[in-house]
Design a protein around this ligand. Structure first.
Ligand code: ATP
Ligand code: MG
Length: 430
């Protein structure tokens, strides 16, 4: 590999010295970069896409970094919209899709907010900077490579190429400071280690365990987003194990960690691992996955435990289940916020479970037609596989879906429970 190295100059890898093929580049991003460069701005592909192209992975998105200010980007592209107050970015729209164009930023300097300096303008938290400064404020060396698809050159200011070759994940700069600035970088390190099969090195690795508690101060909504990226990365099982191993899990899913601690027979672990593996398989097959399902699994053991307690206190099963669900969801959202639209579905998956017992025609059909039947049934199957005593139900419902409507008639229980006649309410004194 031919490399030119001058002090304070990036390592430059020319097109003939790397194997990124032009046809792998999203043509829309190429068009945007050409237009920006033609208008006199610097523009590069940056971050995950350059890293993934070099590793022969399919990039998730093609992010662009430019010297053009957001306003200038907006003027150049009629479909550009500026978003974000803290970090102003341009989204260039193509129908329902968009590409992100970010102005070079300098590392965040505590005292700098609101001032103007020679290199960059500062607006709110936006400290615009040079290309080199933009590289230094990124998280890991392998995420700070810049690719110019017009001349084919890759620029490396931080030793990212060498780390990529060794498959090393290392923070740029002082690891302690970088984790302190943004503890979510710990979760990102573990995500990339799982997804890219890389090794986290030196203090970038050693500081995760002692610094993991800083995640407790991160906004629960951001943790939820990051958690989903980990669990739905296609490497959810591996990511989960790393989160556990590095002591990070207890700040994200304390309820789950507690369940795992008390999981004497390994039944809950088995449920969790097979759900995560299933999710990974579905993603590999291009099938859809839904966040509420995984949360239903992650919190199930505690829900079952609290449900049993509520039943012991005399609550009927459904009521007990609802009490438990409310309690567990309330505890969980204090750590990673689950949006209501998701937690409602999680709750539905749980509350449909007891309904699988009934084989009476009217009830079975009502359950089958429920919008959450599929998710609740998948949940039931995993429970059965993990050793919960629901294999009869799981088997019955599997058969139910495989047979014809006539054959179903033979499956329904003949002695469906009759509804008890309601006793007339007693009038109570006022
Ligand atoms: P993925 O393939 O998961 O999208 P990615 O590296 O592209 O991986 P993004 O979250 O899309 O991850 O972020 C894009 C880029 O922005 C990163 O590659 C990195 O350079 C920078 N970045 C993202 N999050 C941080 C952070 N918390 N601190 C510093 N830089 C970050
Ligand atoms: Mg990305």
């Amino acid at each position: 590999m031919r490399q030119s190295l001058k002090p304070e100059q990036p390592i430059v890898i020319t097109a003939s010295d790397h194997h990124i093929k032009a046809e792998k580049i999203c043509s829309r991003s190429l068009g945007i970069i050409k237009k920006l460069q033609k208008a006199g701005h610097e523009a590069y592909l940056v971050g995950g896409c350059v890293r993934d192209l070099l590793l022969d992975h399919e990039p998730k998105d093609f992010d662009i970094a430019t010297s053009a200010l957001p306003e200038q980007v907006r003027k150049l592209f009629s479909s550009a919209r500026l978003i974000g107050r803290r970090f102003r970015l341009a989204h260039i729209h193509f129908g329902r899709d968009y590409l992100e164009v970010a102005t070079f930023r300098a590392p965040h300097d505590e005292g700098a907010g609101g001032q103007v300096n020679a290199q960059g303008r500062i607006i709110h938290d936006n400290v615009y900077g040079t290309l080199e400064e933009d590289a230094w404020r990124r998280d890991f060396t392998i995420n700070a490579l810049y690719y110019n698809p017009v001349n084919g050159e890759i620029l490396d200011f931080v030793g990212g190429l060498a780390d990529l070759e060794k498959r090393h994940i290392s923070l740029i700069g002082d690891p302690e400071q970088r984790y302190r600035e943004d503890p979510v970088r710990m979760m990102r390190a573990l995500r990339f280690a799982a997804k890219l099969d890389c090794k986290i090195t030196g203090d970038t690795e050693a500081l995760i365990l002692p610094m993991a508690s800083l995640l407790g101060a991160v906004a629960p909504a951001r943790l939820f987003d990051e958690m989903l990226k980990l669990l739905h990365s296609g490497y959810g099982l591996k990511s989960f194990r790393l989160l556990d191993q590095y002591g990070v899990l207890e700040y994200l899913l304390p309820v789950t960690v507690k369940s795992l601690k008390h999981d004497q027979d390994g039944q809950f672990k088995q449920l969790l691992e097979s759900a995560l593996q299933n999710t990974d398989n579905r993603i590999a097959e291009g099938k859809s996955v839904m966040p509420p399902f995984l949360y239903a699994i992650l919190l199930w053991d505690e829900v079952s435990r609290l449900k049993a307690l509520a039943q012991e206190e005399g609550h009927p099963e459904m009521q007990a289940l609802n009490i438990a669900a409310t309690d567990v969801l309330r505890k969980q959202v204090q750590h990673t916020a689950i949006p209501k639209r998701f937690s409602n579905i999680t709750r539905e998956i749980w509350t449909l479970q007891p309904r699988f017992h009934s084989r009476e025609q009217r009830r079975a059909n009502a359950l089958f037609n429920n919008i959450r039947f599929r998710a609740a049934y998948d949940f039931l199957v995993l429970r059965a596989q993990s050793g919960e005593p629901v294999s009869d139900e799981s088997q019955w419902w599997t058969t139910f879906q495989e047979v014809t409507a006539e054959e179903r008639l033979l499956m329904y229980s003949k002695t469906g429970k009759r509804r008890k006649k309601r006793r007339p309410r007693k009038k109570t004194g006022t």
